[in-house]
Each structure stands twice: as structure tokens, then as C-alpha cells.
Design a protein around this ligand. Structure first.
Ligand SMILES: Nc1ncnc2c1ncn2[C@@H]1O[C@H](COP(=O)(O)OP(=O)(O)OP(=O)(O)O)[C@@H](O)[C@H]1O
Length: 414
């Protein structure tokens, strides 16, 4: 099984440190996406792996062999690169270009033999360009050219295929086609495919593993679920993005609805707050003081937020202390939600005891057109004590909600 290992890689362009402490282990057959902001070091990383650049520190192994010790030919039999920009000689046919991939196997002035022809043919067939073999490269569309470059790289019969932004100039149709093709190739030929990608949603769909770079370091590496969290993306790209579970059960970015789409907060009269354990104290206090008619629930009698609500004179739907939320009180809570102009869900932890509050809100949000605001100061993963049940329901609520990342954002709005 071919394996790639990058150990403690560091690279600087003269004095400019660009990569630091890069460690990666990739198994044969894996399709890996490298993500990160402009200038974070993605291309530099690829160019260290294929030895176009020489790292100041670190070692790269393919199947346990240090690539530094490989001859240029052996290296080219192990790693093939589809670069970001290539000036292809427009006078060549598709077959001639793909045949160039056989150079690492030919001796000087040696002509290609029947094995080379077979490899070239199967490379062209596997990317679906066999019918184009006699066409001039200059006559091809962007997607077809990209396939030719991939076929040329495959003709090298590499163990590792590197691609720098292979889909950035393609339309959505070709993007999909090329990524599907790369995924199939990684599986069928058991090669490692590493691609620099900018489209996070497509990376989530097609890649087995993602490596998220920030300022030349690996910020997070793992499955799309592990890497594509709102927190990670906020930290690395400095944008507030909303992640939802897409059709494929994979994390997908959806762009948050702008607040302007909602009624002005001042037009709300009544607000129902879902809180507990002290997470809602400040929210209840602030909304009440601003003159909104505030209700809250379901809360257990004696809970910190229950006490705050009572002191403030807020209407509370309550259940006995330390008991799970009852069906009866959930129905009352639903009534309060339906009869208020908006709902605020506070940054609370969820256990089996209060999960019903979340489900009631989800039903109200999905069935009605309730204006819903979610205060999310920490990710749901860190607050979910229900083996993922709460997270699932919470994500459904988010599809229709406006998120505030801090209490200050909530204050600005209401
Ligand atoms: N030849 C070079 N000489 C000096 N600095 C360079 C050179 N090439 C790249 N850099 C710098 O190294 C850093 C990383 O560049 P790199 O191209 O690896 O980033 P990237 O993540 O691929 O960016 P992009 O998404 O814009 O393609 C950048 O700050 C860039 O300006």
C-alpha cells in the first residue's frame, strides 16, 4: 500500500517563513483536499511534496522511502503534478501530450514501446478522452484540457497525484465531473490524490480528508465533519458562515441570511426565550428592560434562569425541580412560542432533560414562520450531552434562524 508521510516540514522563501511544523500521514486511495485562505501556503506545500522546492526542515516519505534520496526519474514515477497554470504547447495532439507522461520511464532518445502505448491508452480512457486523442490541444474546452493534464499525470503511473486548484477555472458542471473523476481514480488505482481546492462545499462532498491551513500551519486536519465547523472556518477565514448538513449528510456552508431580511426588531412586541441554567439571565433582563413582553420556558422551578425570570416578573412555563420536561408543559411552551412575535434560543447545554425544549422550538420553526434568533457563543458540539440528538435538532432550527455570535450582537439587534 503506498503511503505518504510528511514529517515536521518547514519552508521559507528567503527569510519569509511560509510553512512550519507540517505533519501529514495519508493512506493509499485517499482523496485529500487542501484548504486555506490566499497566501496560507497551499501551493508551497504541494511544491515541497513534489520536490520543486526544497524544505529547510523535515522529511517526506513515500512508502517509507525518503524522496530526497530518489533520482529525478524515480521521483517522477512516484509523484505527478497537475500545476495551477501550464503553458501547453498548442501544436501537440492530445495523445502526444499524454505520452509526455511516459518520459520518466524512457531512456534518452529511447522510443516509447508497446507498454507505454498501453499505459497512455488506459490513462486517456480512464479520464474519458480517448475519443479526443487526435485532436489538437488548442481545440479543446477548459474541462477537456484539464482531463488531458490529469491523463498525462496518470501516464506517469504515480503513487501520489498532486493538483493545484484543478477546478478553479471550470464551470460547475466540469468542477463536479473532475472531482468525481479524481475520487474514482483514487479508489480504483489506489493512489493518493491531493488537491488544493477553494470550493469548501465541493471539497466536503468529494474529499475523504481535509487539511485546513492557516498562516503556514495545519490548523485542523481530518474528515469533512471534523474540519468544516463554523468555529474553524471563522478562525481561519475570519467570516461567520453557517454550516448545515447537506443532502449528502455532509457539512455544507450556507450563507447566513442578512438581518435586514427580517422585520426590524423594534416591531416585535413579545419574545419567548428558551434558556436554563443561567444562560438566559442577561437576555431576559435586557429584553424585559427594553420593554418587550417576555416569556420563557420550560424551566425547572429553582433553576437560576427561573429565579431571574420570577424576579423580573417574566411569564414562566415551569416544571418541578430536577424533573425532565413534561409533555403537558411542552404543549404550553409551544403555545407561548406560537403566540410571541419572536423566539430567542440561548447558548444552553442540552441533556435528555431539556431536549424537549429544543424539539418544541424546532417543530414551531419548521411548521410555522417564526422569527427565530439563536445566541451561539459556543458550538453545539460542546453543549450536546445527548449523543448528537440535540445537535441534529439544533441544526434544523439553524436553517431558519438568525445567529448571534455574542451577546453584544444580540444587544445591537434588539
Ligand atoms: N516565489 C516566492 N517568493 C517569495 N514569496 C513567495 C513565493 N511564492 C509564494 N510566496 C509567498 O508565500 C506565501 C504562501 O504562498 P502560496 O502560493 O503557497 O499560498 P496559497 O495558499 O497557495 O495561496 P493562493 O490561495 O492565493 O493560491 C504567500 O505569502 C506568498 O506571497
Amino acid at each position: 500500500m503506498s503511503e505518504l508521510e510528511v514529517k515536521n516540514l518547514a519552508y521559507s522563501y528567503k527569510k519569509r517563513k511560509v510553512l512550519e511544523d507540517i505533519c501529514l500521514e495519508i493512506r493509499a486511495g485517499q482523496f485529500v483536499g487542501i484548504l486555506g485562505p490566499n497566501g496560507s501556503g497551499k501551493t508551497t506545500l504541494l511544491n515541497n511534496i513534489n520536490r520543486w522546492l526544497k524544505p529547510q526542515k523535515g522529511i517526506i516519505f513515500i512508502e517509507g522511502q525518503n524522496i530526497e534520496r530518489m533520482s529525478t526519474k524515480v521521483l517522477a514515477q512516484n509523484i505527478a503534478t497537475v500545476p495551477q497554470e501550464t503553458s501547453l504547447d498548442l501544436g501537440f495532439t492530445v495523445e502526444e501530450i499524454v505520452m509526455m507522461g511516459r518520459n520518466p520511464y524512457l531512456r534518452t532518445f529511447e522510443r516509447e514501446n508497446s507498454e507505454d502505448l498501453t499505459v497512455v491508452e488506459s490513462s486517456m480512457k480512464s479520464v474519458g478522452i480517448w475519443e479526443l486523442r487526435d485532436r489538437l490541444i488548442s481545440e479543446l474546452s477548459g474541462g477537456e484540457k484539464q482531463r488531458v493534464l490529469i491523463a498525462r499525470a496518470l501516464a506517469q503511473q504515480p503513487k501520489v497525484l498532486l493538483l493545484d486548484e484543478p477546478i478553479s477555472h471550470l464551470d460547475i458542471n466540469y468542477k463536479w465531473e473532475i472531482l468525481e473523476l479524481l475520487k474514482k481514480l483514487s479508489r480504483k488505482l489506489k493512489i493518493i490524490v491531493i488537491a488544493v481546492l477553494h470550493d469548501i462545499n465541493l471539497a466536503s462532498i468529494f474529499c475523504d480528508k481535509l487539511v485546513l491551513l492557516k498562516n503556514g500551519k495545519i490548523f485542523k486536519a481530518g474528515s469533512p465533519h471534523e474540519v468544516l465547523t463554523e468555529e474553524n472556518l471563522k478562525e481561519v477565514f475570519n467570516v461567520n458562515l453557517k454550516i448545515t448538513t447537506g443532502t449528502y449528510g455532509l457539512p455544507m456552508i450556507i450563507f447566513p441570511q442578512p438581518l435586514e431580511k427580517f422585520q426590524k426588531a423594534k416591531q416585535f412586541h413579545s419574545i419567548h426565550v428558551i434558556c436554563g441554567g443561567g444562560a438566559g439571565e442577561k437576555v431576559l433582563y435586557y429584553l424585559q428592560r427594553k420593554g418587550y413582553k417576555v416569556s420563557t420556558g420550560v424551566l425547572n422551578i429553582g433553576d437560576t434562569d427561573w429565579k431571574a425570570a420570577k424576579e423580573l416578573g417574566v411569564d414562566v412555563v415551569e416544571d418541578p425541580p430536577f424533573s425532565p420536561i413534561s409533555e403537558e408543559k411542552s404543549r404550553v411552551n409551544r403555545f407561548c412560542i406560537d403566540n410571541s412575535d419572536a423566539v430567542v434560543l440561548c447558548n444552553i447545554p442540552f441533556g435528555y432533560g431539556n431536549l424537549k425544549n429544543l424539539i418544541t422550538l424546532k417543530d414551531a420553526v419548521l411548521e410555522g414562520n417564526k422569527k427565530t434568533f439563536v445566541l451561539e457563543e459556543t458550538s453545539i458540539e460542546k453543549r450536546d450531552y445527548t449523543n448528537g440528538l440535540a445537535k441534529k435538532v439544533y441544526r434544523q432550527i439553524l436553517t431558519k434562524a438568525v445567529i448571534f455570535r455574542s451577546f453584544d450582537e444580540l444587544l445591537d439587534f434588539f
